[in-house]
Design a protein around this ligand. Structure first.
Ligand SMILES: Nc1ncnc2c1ncn2[C@@H]1O[C@H](COP(=O)(O)OP(=O)(O)OP(=O)(O)O)[C@@H](O)[C@H]1O
Ligand SMILES: [Mg+2]
Length: 291
């Protein structure tokens, strides 16, 4: 009989027996204001990467209302916190979504760190080896500038701030950028629910101008892409499907693919510079050690 661990390995690709350092890229998706499309973008970004043959994990660090399990239409009852406490194994909480794509139900940084004293960390690190084969871990962080969200952002390879073009969201996006700039000198922006490329560029220029004037410090902001406000996106969310599956040739899907291409291109250019161990285990270690 096939064990769940076997199935999981099959899904994410059997880990090689060697001890080669994992090269998982950690992409954190965050925002200042809530409800701007982080979870929608995280799930669809992961879907496109998986379709392109990458092995992808989606980590839900946002325990809000419309979580990734709702968006992906799967049921979860245990999460990473139960694993860290030793109440179940990582294999028990991982949800296979499709070929190359798994969901790891997370917890907010607050919850994880609240229990950090009692974590059975060695065992956890051992278990996370099953994830070492992932090419990408997309982390949906939740909104706001809480210090525990910052831990995820600090530990990530790339941080993507999502905003919509309304003034309140822009102000909050700026606050997120300002705080994140203390640990990341390169921050991506996605402008969601814009009317045009031009609007996206105008809003980006505005944020960038204020950031360069008030933060400076070598900060580089990159407009990695935009998404239109599109009924197909909200319809898919209601149906608990992914718009990049439902309408792969829609403008929204084409924009989403462009974002993914830009991200992959950026990361390929960075690949030679970093050779540190980037496993899920070491990612978590970085988060907890900062506490
Ligand atoms: N480009 C878009 N076009 C139309 N509707 C969109 C678009 N992006 C997001 N939405 C809608 O906005 C709502 C919020 O999206 P989502 O849940 O992804 O935001 P979030 O940033 O993850 O929210 P939270 O901060 O609560 O976690 C959803 O109902 C979704 O359907
Ligand atoms: Mg969300």
């Amino acid at each position: 009989m096939q064990t769940q661990a076997n199935k999981l390995q099959e899904l994410v690709g059997a880990a090689s027996s060697g001890e080669a350092a994992s090269r998982t890229k950690f992409i954190a998706i965050t925002s200042g204001k809530g409800g701007v499309g982080k979870s929608t973008i995280s799930a669809n970004m992961a879907n496109i990467l998986a379709n392109n043959g990458y092995k992808v994990g989606l980590f839900d660090a946002d325990i809000g209302l419309a979580n990734l399990d709702v968006i992906l239409n799967v049921r979860i009852d245990k999460n990473i916190l139960h694993v860290l406490k030793g109440e179940c194994s990582l294999n028990d909480v991982i949800v296979p979504i499709k070929k190359n794509l798994i969901l790891i139900p997370g917890e907010s940084g607050d919850e994880i760190l609240k229990y950090s004293e009692q974590f059975l960390f060695e065992r956890f690190l051992e278990e996370t080896k099953v994830l070492d084969d992932l090419d990408f871990m997309i982390i949906d962080t939740g909104a706001g500038i809480g210090e525990h969200i910052q831990l995820f952002l600090e530990a990530a390879d790339e941080v993507i701030v999502v905003t919509v073009p309304d003034p309140a969201a822009i102000t909050d996006a700026y606050a997120t950028i300002k705080i994140t700039s203390k640990t990341q000198s390169y921050i991506h922006l996605i402008l969601n629910m814009v009317k045009s490329e031009k609007e996206a560029q105008l809003v980006f220029d505005k944020i960038n101008k204020v950031a360069q004037a008030n933060i400076g410090n070598g900060l580089k902001l990159n407009l990695i892409g935009k998404l239109p406000e599109d009924k197909i996106v909200s319809k898919s969310i209601k149906q608990r499907t992914l718009f990049t599956n439902d309408a792969p040739n829609s403008l929204a899907s084409l924009d989403m693919k462009r974002i993914v291409n830009n991200l992959v291109y950026k990361l390929e250019r960075k690949v030679l510079q970093s050779d540190t161990n980037k496993s899920f285990g070491s990612f978590f270690k970085r988060i907890i050690e900062q506490f």
